[in-house]
Design a protein around this ligand. Structure first.
Ligand code: PHE
Length: 379
């Protein structure tokens, strides 16, 4: 083993020259400053402070110097390495702060975004209104009865005392359905005897044939007429039918029942009025109006307070009603000497229109959630 070279001049060791050390340090500082992110800085760290970095290699040379040269060279290299590691720590902190700030922005959660990508649906306002009205009668002890939408002409018209040439039977009002005869012949138009029901009244006849009086039923359902879809007509709409058949029922029972319904739906100060009318299946028959629920009748004769809802007439027409025609009772096997009954029917679309200021019936059938949403999300 050779003895240390006492006459060794540190200046002769290329890697330990002051300008060499400075260059190594400056290269390290420049590399750290140039690192754009923590990955690049990690590479620069290995390159400039790792075991094989120029400064580490220079440091190793010190051991070979004579003692008198070691101190100075050690100080020079140590200072340079100190500056480098300080610069590294500073840049590391800077880049970490930058990353944290970026992560906060990039990974921010917008808590105001909808939490549900497929919002659950809700029932249509026509359905909820129909149920609400039915509930009023159910709470009075009525039962809900239903009948088919594709109906025998006999139930839709004949049983209800419509004469064979009644205009409502004509194809301009009624959708006739194709049928097949026993020998397989396809029947078309009005010879098939099958229609899409034009009202919910055939459920009256079906109920009376099915049940023994006393009968108290409410019949909500879809009905069809050959109308074009426009702001006030739709070929498919909804009605609610009421039928009560019992001993001793009179028009006063009908009136009291109607008053109760409008009070339950529109407020305790509501009332109804009946105007004479004609329906083949009720006798006497009446058109039923309810007090205008907006002006409560106060717009009548009062130009200061006009009412758009009732056109200042004070009343809104709601539907038809009357005492069940004895001919209908007979057709359905009910003894008209023993029993009497009343019936009432009205359109749900119309009620939804004036109850909720819906101006165009097409909104009800188009399925746009912007129309249905304000009615609430009843499931
Ligand atoms: N069915 C009738 C219509 O659709 C309404 C009505 C029902 C009238 C019950 C009287 C009694 O116009």
């Amino acid at each position: 083993m050779s003895a240390p070279n006492k006459s060794y001049d540190p200046v002769e060791v290329e890697a330990l020259k002051p300008e060499e050390i400075e260059r190594m340090r400056d290269e390290a500082l420049a590399a750290f400053a140039a690192a754009g992110d923590l990955d690049e800085l990690a590479h620069a760290k290995v390159a400039h402070t790792g075991g094989t970095s120029p400064l580490a290699l220079a440091n190793r040379e010190i051991g070979a110097l004579p003692p008198q040269a070691k101190a100075e060279a050690g100080k020079r290299v140590g200072q340079a390495r100190g500056q480098v590691s300080k610069a590294l720590a500073t840049r590391q902190a800077e880049l970490e702060a930058e990353r944290d700030a970026r992560v906060l922005v990039e990974e921010a959660v917008d808590v105001t975004l909808p939490y549900d990508r497929t919002p659950s649906g809700a029932r249509h306002p026509l359905t909820t209104l129909m149920e609400r009205v039915s509930d009023v009668f159910v709470s009075m002890g009525y039962e809900v009865a239903e009948g088919p939408e594709v109906e025998a002409e006999w139930f839709n018209f004949d049983a209800l005392n419509f004469v064979p040439d009644h205009p409502a039977r004509q194809t301009q009002d009624t959708f006739f359905v194709q049928g097949t005869t026993a020998d397989g012949k396809v029947t078309t138009g009005d010879e098939s005897g099958i229609v899409l029901r034009t009202h919910t009244s055939p459920v009256q006849a079906r109920t009376l044939i099915d049940r023994e009086p006393p009968v108290y039923v409410v019949c909500p359902g879809r009905v069809y007429r050959t109308d074009e879809l426009d702001a006030t007509h739709t070929p498919v709409f909804h009605q609610i039918e009421l039928l009560a058949v019992d001993e001793g029922l009179t028009m006063a029972d009908l009136k009291g029942t109607l008053d109760h319904m409008v009070q339950a739906l529109f407020g305790p100060d509501m009332k109804t009025r009946l105007r004479p009318n004609f329906f083949p299946f009720t006798e006497p028959s009446a058109e039923m109006d309810m007090l205008c629920y907006v002006c409560r009748g106060e717009s009548v004769g009062n130009p200061e307070r006009p009412c758009r809802t009732c056109s200042s007439e004070g009343w809104i027409e709601l539907g038809g009603c009357g005492m069940v025609n004895p001919k209908v009772l007979v057709a359905c096997g009910v003894d008209p000497q023993k029993y009497s009954g009343f019936a009432f029917g009205f359109g749900i679309e119309r009620m939804l229109m004036f109850r909720h200021n819906v101006e165009d019936m097409r909104d009800m059938v188009e399925g746009d959630v912007r129309f249905t949403r304000p009615f609430g999300m009843e499931i």
